[in-house]
Design a protein around this ligand. Sequence first.
Ligand SMILES: [Zn+2]
Ligand SMILES: [Zn+2]
Length: 115
Amino acid sequence: MVTRRQRPCLDCGTLTRNPSRCDVHQAAWQARQNQQRGSATQRGYGSAWRRTAAAAVSAHRAEYGDWCPGWGVLPHHATDLTGDHKVAKVNGGSDEPANVQVLCRACNSRKHANR
Ligand SMILES: [Zn+2]
Ligand SMILES: [Zn+2]
């Protein structure tokens, strides 16, 4: 019979059979993870923002059609336009229509990846 090796808890060093943390700190770590994930509303993507973003996309479509201004690429045809924060909420950006940037999904994720 193989007994699983004990390892020191990453937070307090107490030996534990858990993979990384003692029971106490495992629970605390889990709680932290849940908090960080947060809800969409906490991260600033509540229903008010979604309406603002949707309105911005409609206005953009009315003016330019299915056309993405491009992010890191030239403007191009795109039907999957989305509204995104020009200045991210964490950086002090607001939910005002002026802070909405309309991009296609591909450009949007490119922008997020390069942030
Ligand atoms: Zn611990
Ligand atoms: Zn695009």
